[in-house]
Design a protein around this ligand. Sequence first.
Ligand code: HEC
Ligand code: HEC
Length: 497
Amino acid sequence: MTERPSFPQKLGLFALFLNMNETRYPLTVKIMKLNHYPCVLFLIILSCALIAACDSDNLTDPEQMDVLDKGLSGGETTVFDATSHAFSTPAPNLSADGLAKHLAGDVEFEAVFVTVPAEVNPGLGPVYNNISCINCHARDGRGRAPTSGEKLTSMLFRVSLPNPEGNNTQGPVPVPGFGTQLNNRAIFGVPPEGTVTIDYTEGELTTSDGVKVYLRTPSYRIEGAYQPLPDDVELSPRVAPVVFGLGLLEAIPEATILALADEADQDGDGISGKANFVWDVQENRQNLGRFGWKANQPTLLQQVASAYHDDIGITTSLLPRENSAGQPQHDGRRDDPELSDEILDVVTFYVQTLAVPARRDLDDPMVQRGEQLFDSARCSSCHIPTLRTGTLSDVPAVSNQTIHPYTDLLLHDMGPGLADDRPDFLASGSEWRTPPLWGIGLLKVVNGHTNLLHDGRARGLLEAILWHGGEADQSREAVQQMSASDRDALIAFLESL
Ligand code: HEC
Ligand code: HEC
């Protein structure tokens, strides 16, 4: 860290410092939780007194500062919570007005939509995937693929027709009668578009020291389509990703992201990284894509409006026509915005201002060794550890922060094993956006599972890594060649994020 920390940052660092010798941070978890305001006040007063009194050398020693700074994954938006609420806490540096707006957004994020006519939250469907945001992003966390016999709930399938031009700036070609997303549910009296059944084939991979790892490959069957689908339909499975820390990712200057891209791999390291450029409805032009598994959404406003539109069947001023427009399900229904701009605004603000959980076990030697291995296996070429945000207008809480998201927000060719063969704007069928890794060690606590990757096929961190191919092939190979203790250290590091 070269800059001097600001006061709130110093407080955060101090809270982390207090717990460096504990295994995780039990003390801070007890006192920093936002629903304990008197305790937070107490901590602030105590910290001020202690900082003033001891002028601790540890807090000015650059090396110590560096270690401590690594724990603050979301800069001043970091929260010390390793419980099932770890992903659903407001950024602690919000102003009083900001907090009120966030909480208003929280209510709407949980709102359940129903069919017209109704007093509250009408307009569901006619075709949709789920009835509220929270149903897919449970605890603001991640969805998963259904286990056998379960229905699709927190996962959806995008569809399109092959584009003779391949991946291009026009975006996916809609399938007549279905659009670009398969809606597996519909309101009473209306046929759903169809659903997907998933089967897995188990494969096996052996590490150089003889450890067997089982990898499951999914295959998909569209069933119950209300009208025949063309044989060449392209299908892209996507589980709901976590929704915290997103304002910070939106606040990263475009120039920073573009500077990380190396599309022609000019440095010859085998890793390119390509920016997606997608349609920005608000600005009516192409813009850098940042959100979604293929970075196909340029802003959180548009991402949220698309979620209402595509996933719940709710129209907004940004996307005023029903997702079923032109299909028989839409017959005779009104199109006008079903959701107010005010609600769209507070929900956007909500996903912009969810806190990022702090790292744990920073002083564990195994975690520290794992971090070095993360570098030497070149994971950090795509999962960029540290970035600096610029300013995001009207969201000062996420502006000018040093963050540790472990992403470059760029597309990478991950090889045929992970390909969906469905281009999405500039993303080819085998390219995916590097997902942020912050908070990944808390997935089990928050969502009760550790299913990873865009389709949830990996059942844990090691499986996810061993699926890496294409540009990440050398990284995967490095992990396969590691000793068991090195692999454990790498996993321990990921668990600490
Ligand atoms: C049917 C399940 C489902 C529902 C309902 C749903 N989402 Fe999502 N959400 C997803 C999936 C799947 C993705 C990834 C989409 C993609 O990659 O194309 C996603 C992506 C997102 C992202 C981008 C995350 C990132 O890291 O890029 C945000 C923000 C988001 N959703 C917010 C919302 C909001 C707000 C609502 C309610 C209006 C909502 N979602 C409703 C499944 C859902
Ligand atoms: C070439 C860029 C690149 C490199 C190098 C790379 N990754 Fe990834 N990583 C990705 C992309 C892209 C995905 C998403 C793939 C998908 O969902 O199909 C991903 C997914 C992951 C996931 C799952 C995340 C989630 O949210 O589901 C983990 C964990 C992960 N990587 C860890 C690592 C580790 C550890 C290494 C080094 C051994 C590494 N990655 C190297 C690009 C990379």
